[in-house]
Design a protein around this ligand. Structure first.
Ligand code: PMT
Length: 410
């Protein structure tokens, strides 16, 4: 049977993968212990070729787990218990093989089964040969893992054990330990929004015209991603529904990638019930009525006619739901003139509780830029915030959301 979970609230389940860098996890465990973080470890079969269970156990002060089918552990549903009796799962070194298995949802040994069974945040520190790291398959898996809300530390660039140079070295144990400590400091589930399920939409939508062309806008996703990050830092369980964006998923945030407004609506509705929903996405108002199945040909002297159809208004649809309407629904208003007046009109028209109105005229640089000047509209109240970084806008909005829930519960 599995021994009692470490009694420190800061505990890590370290999954050691089978790579040459596995020996560095011994130093990682030391660094974590120094920071008051307890470690329990799983060794993959391949990892046992590089470090022994005995050396790991002597540093963790706990049994080391290696076998999915160990009778004593599995009789008590060992892997489920292992994956839940910890604050965070860390995979180091995350080999190409482990990353592929995680991205594909495989579960054929104790490490992968535990990773699939967990409901806790996961961090990985990849380490592998530079060509393996740069291979499209590994990069595809990396993207998938980030989209699943996995936080990635490193890899570093430098000389490798195989004699090559480039990215693929395990991040320094001290750096990994610092990131883990930082996670516990701002831990998901520990802040004032712990237990709150919150949705954030972000980015543009792409509405296909034909297989190669689409209708879109200049949204980068920065404002929505910053909001998701701020809410997660305050303990909320955040799902980010994002249109196409190059941004990495913020730590502790679950991400659902969508392309079109219709997909964004379906993803949003699939997440109900929620405590709050924030709509920062720049959803295309129109799509073409009928998407061409083949590339539309350019013909001499002839212009194609595109007939448009209206997209669903996601914010209005959620705000006006009779069942499962989130208690707090916040929309954005992207305006190029009369920001407050137009924002107020949107607040009434869409039926949401608050509107964050921002200036998106080309001179403002809001679309794609790092700064934003917003007005928070609540009924008749208007709060004008100075032009500031999108992160700072997100922090202030998260603080207002905390105030709202504290007011609602008092
Ligand atoms: O992504 P960035 O580059 O960081 O830029 C940030 C931003 C400018 C995109 C962001 O701050 C912002 O203003 N987002 C809302 C953009 C927008 O579409 O605004 P709107 O005024 O057209 O729509 C009003 C509200 O209805 C928004 O909350 C929007 O998400 C929502 N909407 C709009 C149309 C639609 N079909 N469905 C919707 O839900």
């Amino acid at each position: 049977m599995i021994s009692d979970p470490p009694n420190s609230p800061k505990s890590v389940l370290l999954i050691i993968g089978g790579g040459i860098a596995a020996y560095k996890t011994l130093e990682l465990i030391r660094q974590l212990t120094k920071r008051g973080i307890r470690t329990r470890a799983i060794l993959t079969k391949a990892a046992e070729e590089f470090v022994t269970p005995l050396s790991v156990a002597s540093l963790t002060g706990d049994k080391v787990y290696t076998d999915l089918f160990s009778l004593t552990d599995e009789a008590e549903m060992g892997h489920i218990q292992l994956s839940r009796s910890t604050g965070l799962l860390v995979v180091a070194p995350a080999t190409a093989d482990l990353m592929a298995k995680m991205a594909g949802g495989h579960a054929n040994d104790l490490a992968t089964t535990t990773l699939l069974a967990t409901d806790k945040p996961v961090m990985i520190a990849p380490a592998m040969n530079v060509r393996m790291w740069q291979h499209p398959a590994t990069q595809r898996n990396l993207k998938q893992l980030q989209a699943d809300g996995v936080t990635v530390i490193g890899p570093d660039e430098g000389d490798m054990a195989c004699g090559e140079y480039g990215p693929g070295r395990l991040a320094e144990p001290e750096v990994i330990a610092a990131r883990i400590a930082d996670f516990f400091d701002k831990s998901v589930g520990n802040g004032p929004l712990a237990g709150r399920k919150i949705l954030v939409t972000a980015g543009p939508t792409h509405e296909p015209i034909d297989p190669v062309r689409y209708i879109a806008n200049h949204s980068s996703g920065k404002q929505g991603f910053a909001i998701a990050a701020s809410l997660a830092k305050r303990g909320a369980e955040v799902t980010l529904v994002s249109g196409p964006s190059r941004l990495g998923t913020p730590a502790g945030v679950k991400r659902i990638d969508v392309m079109t407004a219709a997909e964004m609506l379906a993803a949003t509705e699939g997440l109900l019930p929620l405590d709050a929903a924030i709509f920062a996405a720049a959803v295309a108002d129109w799509r073409v009525a009928t998407e061409a199945t083949q590339k539309i040909k350019k013909r001499e002297g002839e212009l194609p006619t595109l007939s448009l159809a209206e997209n669903p208004d996601i914010l209005a649809a959620i705000s006006r739901r009779a069942e499962h309407r989130p208690p707090l629904v916040i929309g954005f208003a992207a305006e190029t003139e009369q920001i407050i007046e137009n924002g107020r009109a949107k607040l009434a028209k869409k039926g949401c509780d608050w509107i964050v109105a921002n200036d998106v005229s080309p001179s403002s640089g809001t679309f794609g830029g790092d700064e934003n000047r917003v007005f928070l509209l609540k009924g008749e109240d208007v709060e004008g915030w100075p032009k500031q970084g999108k992160d700072a806008v997100a922090e202030s909005l998260a603080d207002r959301i905390i105030d709202y829930f504290e007011g609602a519960s008092s």
